[in-house]
Design a protein around this ligand. Structure first.
Ligand code: FAD
Length: 449
């Protein structure tokens, strides 16, 4: 599956990855060019692992910053996944660092490894390194466990940033105080450069961006139920200036008197920019924020960071459009449908929309409203259909997905998917088997975990 917005970005995701690999391994190059040390291979390997781990750690502050352009159009979901995988990789290198340093030179003396590790852990000059390792272990453990323990997303995110800053400071101190290569001018300069980039990225996300958002406030115009457990919010700009977005994109939004980055949440725009400057959101109750969305009173200030994402039609040359929505995945698809209607698109549009029950099916009025002016064919599927239901029953099956392609040339059909990850994977599989090119399958994930 592809993020179509990649064409708008001056470099590709592969080039961004190559740049990342270069930045992460540059300390090895710098060390290799430094005066040779007389150390054994394991010690050199240990130092190399430590150098790359430190560079990767500092680069983590950039990959978590939601900078779409820096990722070369890979998309925020993939960038954040990359951030997670890089965290595991750098943790492996960090573990390797003391293990290799404590490794006895003779294979027969392997039993002395634990004692060697204890000695390293107790050495006063290595205290910052031990602290960094402990902090990193907590960071990674919380990242893995947060979905399984009762930890609020906002608490986790705040803890994550503070701990990450602490680990970065301790790691830099460790490298500068005991690292032999890091004593050299060039590597010292490189660490300063990466540390400044990390700090600038954190400052941008947590200071500069909130200040900028506070200047362009929005207000909640209305808040009404849109089916069971879902609210429809309309936001209007205070200053009259509209958001320049494409149907299907999403924003990070927070409500209240001040924009506080830990409180923002990603929500798809269920409106089309052709409708006017107002933004429509469909918020399904899921946790502490969304579960209280009904309490957001009209008039409440809102702070809009966006638009983000590439779940858009632009950039695709297609003769037909298949839209597949599961549950609240209808939100961006509702915006796309409105946009297709308002732009007078004449292409065949097929919509497959599955939900738990009729009450949970948000946006049906809107779909009925656009049906008359589009070449639209809709199939609704309910897990728990009411008596006398004429639509499909059960979940979105690969057969139902394939029905959306009927009467179209699969090679020329753009398929847009938004819903539970398992549903999207199964649908993607079916579409690929039916001959839809991978580049014409576009998706939006609502969960980055
Ligand atoms: C690109 C995108 C578009 C989305 N569009 C919609 C939409 O149109 N309608 C809708 O109902 N939902 C949408 N979501 C999901 C929505 O953002 C989460 O359900 C919501 O943030 C849950 O917050 P909570 O505090 O109520 O729940 P919690 O119980 O705190 O969180 C539930 C889960 O939601 C995720 N989450 C929570 N807060 C955030 C955050 N600030 N940033 C990223 N993930 C978070 C985490 O995985 C968390 O485990 C979208 C998500 C993404 C990534």
């Amino acid at each position: 599956m592809k993020h179509p917005g990649s064409s708008r970005i001056p470099f590709s995701a592969w080039q961004a990855l190559a740049l990342y690999v270069f930045a992460a391994t540059a300390p090895l190059l710098i060390a290799a060019l430094a005066e040779a040390r007389e150390r054994d291979f394991a010690a050199e390997l240990a130092v190399g692992a430590g150098l790359v781990a430190l560079a990767m750690l500092l680069l983590q502050f950039i990959s978590s910053g939601r900078y779409e352009r820096i990722s070369g159009g890979a998309g925020i979901d993939r960038t954040l996944r990359f951030h997670q995988l890089a965290a595991y990789a750098l943790s492996g290198l960090v573990l390797l660092h003391p293990l290799l340093l404590a490794l006895p030179s003779e294979p027969g003396e392997l039993g002395r490894l634990p004692a060697g590790l204890v000695m390293l852990a107790g050495a006063p000059m290595l205290r910052s390194g031990v602290l960094a390792l402990a902090g990193l272990a907590i960071l990674v453990a919380l990242g893995i466990l947060r979905a399984h323990i009762a930890l609020r997303y906002e608490t986790w995110r705040g803890t994550h940033v503070l701990l990450a800053l602490g680990v970065a400071v301790a790691s830099l101190h460790h490298a500068m105080s005991v690292g032999q290569y890091s004593n050299g001018m060039v590597l010292r300069f490189y660490w300063m450069l990466l540390a400044m980039c990390a700090l600038a990225s954190t400052g941008y996300v947590y200071l500069f961006k909130p200040l900028r958002l506070a200047r362009t406030a929005w207000r909640v115009k209305s808040n009404r139920p849109a089916g069971e457990a879902t609210r429809e919010l309309l936001l209007q700009p205070e200053s009259g200036s509209a958001l320049d977005y494409a149907a299907g994109q999403f924003i990070w939004v927070s409500f209240g008197h001040r924009p506080f980055p830990l409180n923002d949440h990603p929500y798809s725009l269920a409106s089309s920019p052709r409708e006017g400057p107002e933004l429509r959101l469909l918020i399904k109750a899921r946790g502490d924020f969304s579960g209280n969305a009904a309490a957001i009173a009209p008039g409440t200030p809102a702070y809009v960071d966006g638009p983000h994402g590439d779940f858009v039609i632009a950039g695709h040359d297609a003769d037909a459009i298949a839209l597949i929505a599961g549950g609240i995945g209808i939100a961006p698809i509702a915006g796309i449908l409105r946009d297709l209607q308002l732009s007078g698109d004449h292409r065949p549009v097929r919509l497959l929309y599955g939900a738990r029950n009729l009450e949970r099916m948000a946006g049906r009025e809107m779909i009925d409203g656009v049906a008359g002016s589009l070449d639209l064919n809709v199939e609704y599927v309910l897990e728990a259909p009411p008596p006398g239901w004429q639509g499909g029953a059960g979940s979105i099956t690969p057969e139902a997905v394939l029905r959306t392609l009927r009467g179209t040339d699969p090679q020329r059909c753009l398929c847009m998917l938004c819903g539970p990850t398992d549903m999207m994977l199964a649908a993607e599989d079916a579409l690929l088997r039916a001959g839809v090119p991978a580049a014409n399958i576009v998706y939006e994930r609502f969960d980055y975990a």
